[in-house]
Design a protein. Sequence first.
Length: 516
Amino acid sequence: MDMHTVVVGTSGTTAEDVVAVARHDARVELSAAAVDALAAARLIVDALAAKPEPVYGVSTGFGALASRHISTELRAQLQRNIVRSHAAGMGPRVEREVVRALMFLRLKTVASGHTGVRPEVAQTMADVLNAGITPVVHEYGSLGCSGDLAPLSHCALTLMGEGDAEGPDGTVRPAGELLAAHGITPVELREKEGLALLNGTDGMLGMLVMALADLKNLYTSADITAALSLEALLGTDKVLAPELHAIRPHPGQGVSAANMLRVLAGSGLTGHHQDDAPRVQDAYSVRCAPQVNGAGRDTLDHAAVVAGRELASSVDNPVVLPDGRVESNGNFHGAPVAYVLDFLAIVAADLGSICERRTDRLLDKNRSHGLPPFLADDAGVDSGLMIAQYTQAALVSEMKRLAVPASADSIPSSAMQEDHVSMGWSAARKLRTAVDNLTRIVAVELYAATRAVELRAAEGLVPAPASQAAVAALRSAGAEGPGPDRFLAPDLAAADAFVREGLLVAAVESVTGPLA
């Protein structure tokens, strides 16, 4: 259990906070300012609830049923009912880290003082997170508009002591039992509170934040594998010169080129492109790596800006304003987040595609500039890495399907009251799959490129010190080097874990210093 504590206030939640709570079980505490803001907003809601005029979410039905005024004696039932009826998800369970991010981000908005939720409800949300209780949330149920309704409803159901949840031991039990076991009293929702717990972009935002963290590691890893492949193919590093990238000043392009140059520093393999089979230029997949990787990096930066704005937002409908008004709005629409989630799936697919092209080049004796067919020990008797590239190609093909934007679709709902939706949850779900696949794709290129570099070293050519560090660390992690055919899946799994856990970047940075 990570003992780091994240304090939730009226502002200032960071992407690092989200990752700490979602992935590392950081504790959550409400600041005094948050408690004061919650109490002040609740006074406004209570005052409105006492008036005869209908106020959406306080004394009316929801969505297409908002025209009905709800009498005082039915309002607690109204709030319970919205949670129960909206907890309508289906399909496989969503990952624990996604649910924790979802709950934490909803708590962040609740604590802003713009939702009208009582302080004790917010404290219960923090208590559930700190107890390691994770509501069972299902894959399908959110359209990314009016918030991630079904996923958030399943979380709210747990606060009420209903439905199922996973305990800290990983066992799924009735939520009421888990709350009781941890001394947590179920909440009894009052005016507006049920709606306020459901109406946010928290699921798609949480998945965006975690994808950005993973992609940052993958883009640096892909700069490294591109450099290793260039080295193994006896390519030229002259195309990485800073002055060439300065005249096309996309920031990410310059960063990727600089990373590659640092990895290749001191290499005895680069610059042989004019030897036995002279080449004027390397193939695009090698020569244009900084342009492709860099454009992806710039996309990550744009997505991080959007995520930062969303983290600074209070998404609810209606919202409590500082002047005492409670106003309806459309801030729950997930379009800003959905668009960048789809954009990231596109650049991830293209990064996977260029990685696969370099792998294929390493394995093809007609294009590898002297490497053995499929990097095999005794080609014909041995197949080498032939089928590793098949696996990589299958992953790339799926990445291309996952790059089709979810946000381009919209299906009207709630009797045409909610007639345009973002599909941002779907965009986030497919991006998670894409990031997972991209990790495997980069791992296959790494495995092929390190084997090729070792084969060059056996010929007397000395790899760059950073390349040697990457090879040594990968071999220590269980992915074996050149030799006769063997059961390959365990080696690829070891390479996957090596990339996924950031060990490739760490190994190279032990020589180069920090890479961007």
